[in-house]
Design a protein around this ligand. Structure first.
Ligand code: FEO
Ligand code: CA
Ligand code: CA
Length: 717
């Protein structure tokens, strides 16, 4: 049930903000409007205007909690509805036939169809001049990542593999085109949004798209390939997981699980020196290659496919006749200008190379550096921060990729260390600093390009804190505090618990995932000093995920109940009002519920206190003191949505007026293979969402609106 009466009389936070700003004469013309709206509370807080505003507005959740569910449905609170916007294979250009959803579609048509596995996304409001306007809600370019594929459902009977090789080229082409990014125009119609299939602005960026390598690693010998002997270009983006955006209206798509796609047999080790082997091992470049794409070119001559073979096959010393360096051209933050189809996307190498989940901007303040927060999503990996060298000039808000060249190709990269006393440090990853140089014992670095290409090794060298799998981050627009999910970690070593990753427990119902940090947690920090200049912070754990009936002293530390318990937080997103959305990609609580979306009204770092958590492994016991946020309550955290069977809930975007929330339902039925799945027997598919019946499941973007037209999730009171 919704509380519609509250919304009717409460103006949207952004509207209140703009009204106050208008009164003060700060908004002049559309650019000022766009910038101020984008800059939001952070920038304006510097003026003191918004701090007063934030203090006078409180949020109240405007829905009743949705119960946990195992149904093959999207469950929403009473008073809310959703519409399907963009599902796997949907045409995004005129003349492309409707998706067959039986594997029958022509392979190349995927360059004009939505890809698979919808993930991170962003709503770029568009004004009447078809320019970016962050206050525009009626019309927009929506950028949607397509992280990966459920290959079986893309072909009539799954992948054709003979003697370990892909033998049907068109299947591989279709799969390569089903990864990447969709840019689609959407318009508000009848209270929700519709895809404008005929828009000339619709486009796909895929594993085939030519992309520039920009920043300090461009032209490095580490980037030389047969495709680009100068090391300044590469082909495609891959593993497009979460995302980010810039104050000049461009999209950041982040390359996460790219390493596994490369083939590199163990016989290649003999052709590598010890330093190269250290780097290849640290990034996991080994094995047959996920999806076996390289095998579609048995003689190595068809570069569409041979570029996925990262072994030394050529005679050159520099790698200009093979793809030994191809993995170095993936694992980056990639900038795309959705409003300019003429410019090539760029890989921004100054932000480092790892399993990039996303890149979340900090508050934007005139005359100060820009900041992006990032996480490397693998067990025991790090949290990073990038700080631009150049100081923000609002005149650059219309400069597109040229602004990216200015702010994102030059800056400092840091990795985070979380100390037991609740303090934290940003450790700079610059050549010649903090022991990162040619004398580094594990991996001697040659220069800054080497540091960025091997950012994980640089973070190892400075002693950053190994986290329980960093997924999404989000920055609270009210106070600049940064939140990041640590999704779960069954590999958390009992002997290496620390204050920021303090839990080790067992859960028999969670199967093979039921050991270690079984359910994950959400950490947050407050920079000490200016956001961009700070090298120290204070942190606590905002929420520990858990079953509601788990041990409250050591597992259900945040006091979750049946209305808000969850597992494996992944997606994270702040509405402009300061409402925090939490999405799950769960592996350990599936006996009780499918994945979900929750809404939270967060407090501030330090609003809880110290807690001692006791972990046990057989006869051994470890006591770790940590710093926890205030316990959850019915007023501060509620389940808003539960998805269909075997899905992940991921990706969030909202219309600037807060009346529509875009959410992705990803990889339904993905684990079907583990459970006796037979592609020719629809009854064995774990999910049939969204079509139902015997249909193959499809990943999709949905648009959620409130039936009374109010703001989604919370009202300002
Ligand atoms: Fe693609 Fe880390 O989720
Ligand atoms: Ca994720
Ligand atoms: Ca995940």
């Amino acid at each position: 049930m919704t509380q519609a009466n509250c919304a009717d009389s409460s103006p949207d936070f952004n509207e209140v903000l703009q009204l106050r700003l208008s009164r003060r004469g700060l908004l002049k013309g559309s650019l000022a409007s766009a910038s101020a709206s984008y800059l939001g509370v952070g920038t304006l807080a510097a003026t003191g205007v918004v701090e007063a505003q934030a203090a006078s507005t409180r949020l109240r959740l405007n829905f009743n909690a949705v119960a946990k569910s195992l149904d093959d449905l999207v469950r929403l609170p009473t008073g809310y509805s959703y519409k399907l916007l963009l599902a796997t294979g949907d045409p995004i250009a005129p003349g492309i036939p409707a998706y067959s959803n039986a594997g029958a579609d022509e392979a190349n048509s995927f360059s004009r169809r939505a890809g698979d596995h919808n993930d991170g996304m962003y709503f770029f409001g568009m004004n009447n001049q078809a320019r970016w306007d962050s206050s525009a809600s009626e019309r927009a370019l929506l950028c949607v990542n397509h992280e990966a594929i459920t290959s079986a459902f893309l072909h009539p009977q799954g992948q054709t593999i003979v003697d370990g090789k892909r033998t049907v080229d068109t299947e591989v082409v279709k799969e390569m085109l089903a990864h990447g990014v969709s840019v689609i125009e959407v318009r508000r119609e009848a209270g929700s949004y519709s895809l404008q299939k005929d828009s000339l602005r619709n486009r796909r960026i895929t594993t085939m798209t030519e992309i520039e390598i920009s920043g300090p690693a461009s032209g490095s010998p580490l980037m030389v390939t047969r495709y680009s002997p100068t090391g300044k270009r590469t082909r495609g983006t891959l593993g497009n997981c979460a995302n980010g955006h810039t104050p000049w209206g461009t999209y950041l798509t982040c390359e996460e699980n790219w390493a596994g796609y490369f083939r590199r047999p163990s016989s290649d080790d003999a052709k590598r020196n010890p330093q190269q082997l250290t780097a290849l091992k640290r990034y996991g470049i080994a094995g047959k290659g996920r999806e076996l794409w390289a095998t579609a070119s048995p003689d190595g001559n068809d570069q569409r496919f041979s570029r996925w073979d990262a072994s030394v096959t050529g005679a050159s010393a520099d790698g200009s006749d093979d793809y030994r360096h191809a993995p170095n051209t993936f694992g980056w933050v990639v900038e795309i200008d959705p409003f300019n189809t003429d410019v090539s996307p760029k890989k921004r190498t100054a932000l480092g190379r790892f399993a990039h989940e996303g890149a979340w901007p900090g508050p934007v303040r005139t005359g100060q550096p820009l900041v992006w927060y990032m996480g490397c999503d693998a067990r025991g990996e790090y949290i990073y921060k990038f700080v631009s060298t150049k100081l923000w000039d609002p005149a650059d808000a219309t400069k597109g990729m040229a602004a990216g060249d200015k702010y994102m190709d030059d800056g400092r990269l840091y990795a985070a260390r979380f100390n037991a006393d609740g303090s934290g440090d940003w450790l700079e990853l610059s050549f010649g600093q903090n022991g990162i140089d040619s004398t580094s014992p594990v991996y001697p670095f040659a220069n800054q390009a080497d540091v960025l290409v091997h950012a994980r090794l640089a973070a190892d060298a400075v002693g950053a804190t190994k986290m329980d799998r960093p997924e999404w981050g989000a920055v609270n627009p009210r106070n600049g505090e940064v939140y990041m999910t640590l999704t779960y970690n069954p590999s958390r070593d009992f002997n290496q618990l620390d204050a920021a990753n303090p839990r080790f427990y067992r859960d028999a119902k969670a199967g093979k995932q039921g050991q270690g940090n079984v359910n994950g947690h959400i950490i947050r920090w407050a920079e000490q000093g200016s956001q961009s200049g700070a090298t120290h912070f204070r942190w606590d754990v905002f929420l520990f995920a858990s079953r509601d009936n788990a041990d409250q002293d050591n597992v259900n530390v945040s006091g979750l109940d049946a209305s808000n318990d969850f597992s494996s937080p992944d997606g994270l997103w702040f509405s402009r009002t300061g409402l925090l959305w939490i999405e799950t990609d769960d592996h350990a609580y599936r006996d009780s519920s499918n994945c979900m979306l929750l809404a939270a009204i967060p407090g501030t770092v330090g609003d809880g206190g110290q807690r001692q958590i006791i972990s046990r492994d057989g006869e051994q016991q470890k006591n770790v003191t940590t710093h926890v946020g205030a316990s959850a309550t019915m007023a501060s955290l509620r389940r808003f949505l539960v998805g269909p069977v075997d899905c992940e809930i991921t990706g969030l975007a909202e219309s600037p007026d807060g009346k529509a929330l875009f959410v992705n339902i990803q990889h339904l039925g993905e684990t079907t293979n583990d459970k006796g799945f037979d592609i020719v027997k629809p009854s064995t598919y774990l999910s049939h969402w969204p079509a139902g019946g015997d249909a193959r499941p499809r990943s999709a973007t949905i648009v959620i609106t409130r039936d009374d037209g109010g703001t989604v999730g919370a009202d300002l009171v």
